[in-house]
Write a protein that binds this ligand. Sequence first.
Ligand code: NAD
Ligand code: UDP
Length: 337
Amino acid sequence: MPGTILVTGGAGYIGSHTCVRLLERGFEVVVADDLSNSSAAAVDAIARLTGCQPSFEQVDLTDIEALGGVFERHAIEAVIHFAGLKAVGESVAEPLRYYRTNLLSTFNLLDLMARHEVFDLVFSSSATVYGDPEQLPIPEGAATGPTNPYGRTKLMIEDICRDVAAADPRWRISLLRYFNPVGAHPSGDLGEDPRGVPNNLVPFVMQVAVGRRDQLRVFGADWDTPDGSGVRDYIHVLDLAEGHLAALEHIDAGCDVFNLGTGVGASVFDVIKTTENVSGKAVSYEVVDRRPGDIATSLADPSKAIRDLEWRADRSLEVMLADAWRWQSRHPNGFDS
Ligand code: NAD
Ligand code: UDP
């Protein structure tokens, strides 16, 4: 099975962990990333951790000439497409930039893949396509209805992939809807390094625990959940990375969609308490108003991936947060420290 995989966005958080697993499994890896939300130090860390050097191409996927060069220089056999913009709030403020970047990158990629007869694609979608879910846990067949431009780019790309696969039977596409990826490589030398103020809970909590920020704001304690705070399906980034290998290995003709989650929910207060336990640090917080657009609970039904991909996410919340803490405490300022 091993061959050469193009990993777009491979210097980013999920992409870098996936590169580690791909290289460990004997694949050749070509990373294409413009470093707009990541650091070349992540590529160095991948090489150090695996003893294998991925090829690195600093390209913007919206530039079809530049991306075309990558296909000319490497004998790509399959693509994992992580590259894109992902901040929900920013997408509300700058919708055109989100639609342009995420859609144009994907058009260019699909065009070049077809031109070079590369038909295997794994795409990073998101549980955000479900919007406020009508049923819990959420199966892949649930209604979709993203509530922000970022989520709509994901759903549009899913639809484009379905149409492309329907038009040409050579395509084999796997759409992966991630729930809430957290954690880091257990070495503590590869992890999530958000720029500016983190939007997501776990990076924020880690920065409070390490003393970089004073206090977490808990967005509502009056939700219809067991302790009143929001419940999410957190998944260890390495479980997620392994899900991509499983998707590649089980890829089938057409276009199929899979939830990647644990099926187990944790509340904001669970995350705070568990972080305090694994770090030995207090996490100061105050409860504030709900964040606009938030939902009470998001929880995957992962049974389709368990059955068809023979993959299961089994790392616990404690392991996720202990690994996140190791990364944060060894690198308080991310890759710059
Ligand atoms: P990330 O920002 O760390 O990684 C994305 C990478 O893509 C970055 O390295 C960035 O520099 C690169 N990139 C962005 N625009 C590019 C462009 N035009 N050309 C080339 N490279 C570009 O994000 P992540 O958390 O690793 O997410 C990876 C993918 O998974 C994204 O598509 C994201 O939407 C999706 N996803 C993430 C989450 C999450 O919570 N992290 C959840 C669901 C889905
Ligand atoms: N959350 C919070 N404070 C923060 C960030 C997030 O209370 O600073 C809550 C948020 O309301 C949600 C949960 O933590 O209930 C997970 O939020 P995140 O943004 O990480 O993921 P998403 O909401 O996109 O699933």
